[in-house]
Design a protein around this ligand. Structure first.
Ligand code: NAD
Length: 245
């Protein structure tokens, strides 16, 4: 579905991002994965190699625009274009407001919002010149319902939605589509380490009767990146089994 497409996927070393890298490679995209550390980037590239898949990797500090810009330039020099950008890197929070410091709040906004802004700002000039591009952001179910603690996380994901809907309108004249996927509870490391007693009651609240898999989300990214979604922009696509909390 993505033959000859060049895709950057941030947070590509594990969880949802790694699965998206894998599925994009299987669909013949050329994938450049970003991670936070050189070791984890190398580890992921080697894991993909064992599956017969080849990806390139970088680990720029997403909160530093200059670093991001330089990395994007290097990618352009090597591949000549960027068709797809998936902003998936993110961190979460769960402390009550009285225990959340200003620094905690700033950190989550820096990675989850400023990081996305920097990536989009860096790739947009090239996509505009190409007169085509797809930008996808990882939002969350909490961007619709909020959550009962860790206010920085839902605040950052509401911001991701705002960024998505606004840039969809700003960039549409250049044939650049901007959408987000809002996952529900997904079985990544974070969730699989939770005790059964905590997970089972949660599953009971999900109408489809199960938590999601990284593949469920990667498939949504695949669809939205492909030409099948050529008239879809400015959408926050919930992929959550109809969970409502
Ligand atoms: P994960 O913790 O398994 O992976 C997070 C990825 O982000 C990693 O590849 C990591 O390298 C990268 N990352 C983290 N901090 C970074 C930093 N400072 N700089 C650069 N990269 C950094 O998490 P996941 O569950 O796969 O989450 C991926 C995305 O999905 C996140 O944006 C998260 O908010 C969102 N999400 C996850 C769930 C869920 O239930 N797992 C639900 C809704 C939304």
């Amino acid at each position: 579905m993505l033959e000859e497409k060049v895709a950057i996927i941030t947070g590509g070393t594990r969880g949802i991002g790694y699965e998206t890298v894998k599925i994009f490679l299987e669909n013949k995209a050329k994938v450049i994965l970003f991670g936070s550390k050189e070791e984890t980037v190398t580890e992921s590239i080697n894991k993909l190699k064992e599956l017969g898949l080849t990806a390139k990797g970088y680990h720029p500090n997403l909160t530093d625009y200059k670093e991001v810009e330089t990395t994007v330039k290097e990618i352009i020099n090597e591949y000549g274009k960027i068709d797809i950008l998936i902003n998936n890197a993110g961190i979460s929070a769960n402390k009550k407001i009285e225990d959340t410091t200003t620094e905690d709040f700033k950190k989550i906004m820096d990675i989850n919002v400023l990081g996305i802004f920097n990536m989009i700002k860096a790739v947009t000039p090239y996509m505009k010149k190409q007169q085509n591009g797809v930008i996808l952001n990882t939002s969350s179910m909490v961007s619709i319902y909020g959550q009962p603690s860790g206010v920085g996380y839902p605040a950052s994901k509401f911001a991701v939605n705002g960024l998505t809907k606004s840039l969809a309108r700003e960039l549409a004249p250049y044939n650049i589509r901007v959408n987000a996927v809002a996952p529900g509870i997904i079985n990544t490391d974070m969730v699989s380490s939770l005790p059964k007693e905590m997970i089972e009651p949660l599953i009971k609240t999900i109408p489809l009767g199960r938590i999601g898999t990284p593949t469920d989300i990667a498939n949504a990214f695949l669809f939205l990146s492909s030409n099948l979604a050529s008239y879809i922009t400015g959408v926050i696509l919930s992929v959550d089994g109809c969970a409502r909390s």
